[in-house]
Design a protein around this ligand. Structure first.
Ligand SMILES: Cc1cc2nc3c(=O)[nH]c(=O)nc-3n(C[C@H](O)[C@H](O)[C@H](O)COP(=O)(O)O)c2cc1C
Length: 388
């Protein structure tokens, strides 16, 4: 899949790949038990602390009873999580309501990666709409590039990490021969599907490094041809469940953070001066900046950057385009993240009637003397006319 991306990002981790400890970790990870290990270890540590406290014989309330009480609470939580999530002993949860009247910006902010799905499958109506929107977003007319991409639907418990309970997926496939614009198209088109599903009340989770490639290829069967296809990532689709292991709750909280806008948007093509998004002429794009900031990205790495480009027209500083690019050399996940930004940017512009279109410009057309190596340029949003 996109192994090189994660290798480059985390070389130390890959140095341990052949050790027994690593193999145990991978086994626990893909069987799903790793999610419960932290809770289990915390119980053991609390019991150890209580044992040491009782042996020392001082401050029994703090050194014995408190750790014992914590161990009991954590143990009860662990048993509850295993029963409800792992063995699915939970009440049937209601279908989520559609977000019909929600404005586009609030919808993009409401989307979060779902880490725990209900055990029920999609209703026939939801499944039909999923397949429709997936096919529509991959249609050649809806792509930025000329290379075909497609989303294959799979109903099977693929081996994924760390999200639990996923049974239905879209597998994003680009041509086997690498083409960056095709990978950006995967990000853009799949994010549009994700937003459509969010409006229907469905939940999603992009899964790239956490999906087992062999499991995906096995379930695709003859719909995958290695000479023709490259699996970029998958997207789990379903109904969110309230039941989640403690570790997933903690993980999800840590991912609800984003870089400030001044580290993402710039006022010059060399990406050195932060953009004042509330000053003229940039303020017309309102919450478009915010919804890019809150886009999903692999490991929440937030690798996309954007530079506004202005020109003096009859003595007035006029906004002509926004250049989007990635601040890493990653060939896959950073390109997907650029595509996701494009989808949110476009959706936002459409909502506030800011006219424009995406176009890949040559170096000459961009007319930039000293473009930095990073962020590397990917695509521009050409401003057609500014809404008043
Ligand atoms: C290309 C891509 C790959 C991702 N891969 C995984 C994954 O393997 N496992 C996972 O649980 N989440 C994955 N995510 C979800 C991110 O972790 C998530 O988007 C990020 O932490 C921000 O959280 P949010 O989506 O809730 O806003 C991926 C997201 C993207 C865009």
């Amino acid at each position: 899949m996109t192994d090189q991306d994660s290798r480059r990002a985390n070389p130390t981790e890959h140095a341990f790949e052949n050790t027994l400890l690593w193999k145990i970790k991978v086994w626990l990870q893909f069987t799903g038990w790793l999610l419960y290990i932290a809770n289990f270890v915390a119980v053991i540590l609390m019991l150890l602390l209580a044992a040491i406290g009782s042996w020392i014989g001082i401050w029994p309330v703090i050194l014995v009873w408190l750790p014992l009480a914590l161990a009991a609470v954590l143990a009860i939580n662990l048993c509850f999580d295993i029963a409800t999530v792992r063995y699915d002993l939970r009440p049937r949860e209601p279908l989520p309501a559609a977000r019909t009247g929600m404005n586009a910006f609030d919808l993009m902010r409401a989307r979060v990666s779902c880490r725990s799905f209900q055990s029920r499958g999609l209703t026939p109506e939801h499944l039909a709409e999923l397949n429709n929107v997936a096919a529509k977003q991959c249609a050649p007319d809806n792509l930025l590039g000329r290379h075909p991409i497609r989303f294959e639907y799979i109903a099977a418990p693929l081996t994924v990490w760390p999200t639990v309970g996923c049974r239905e997926f879209l597998v994003a496939i680009a041509p086997a021969k690498y083409n960056r614009l095709a990978v950006i198209d995967v990000g853009r088109s799949l994010q549009k599907v994700v937003l459509h599903l969010a409006r229907m009340g469905l939940s999603t989770c992009w899964i790239g490094p956490g999906a087992d490639q062999n499991s995906i290829i096995h379930h695709l069967g003859d719909r995958f041809a290695p000479a023709r296809d490259h699996v970029i990532c998958v997207c789990a689709v379903g109904y969110a469940s309230r039941f989640k292991p403690l570790a997933l709750r903690a993980m999800q909280r840590s991912q609800r953070k984003r870089l400030p806008l001044v580290e993402l948007f710039f006022e010059d093509p060399s990406f050195s001066k932060p953009l004042n998004t509330t000053a003229m002429p940039f303020d017309g794009f309102k919450r478009c900046y915010e919804v890019c900031q809150w886009s999903p990205s692999s490991y929440n790495w937030q690798t996309t950057r954007c530079a506004a480009v202005t020109e003096q027209v009859e003595g007035v500083e006029t906004l002509i385009r926004f250049d989007f690019g990635a601040n890493t050399q990653s060939k896959f996940y950073a390109a997907v993240a650029v595509g996701i930004w494009c989808a949110n940017w476009e959706t936002g512009c459409h909502a506030i009637d800011q006219k424009g279109h995406f176009q890949v410009l040559s170096k000459d057309a961009r007319n930039i003397e000293a473009a930095p190596e990073l962020p590397r340029y990917d695509i521009s949003w050409i401003v057609e006319e500014t809404a008043t």
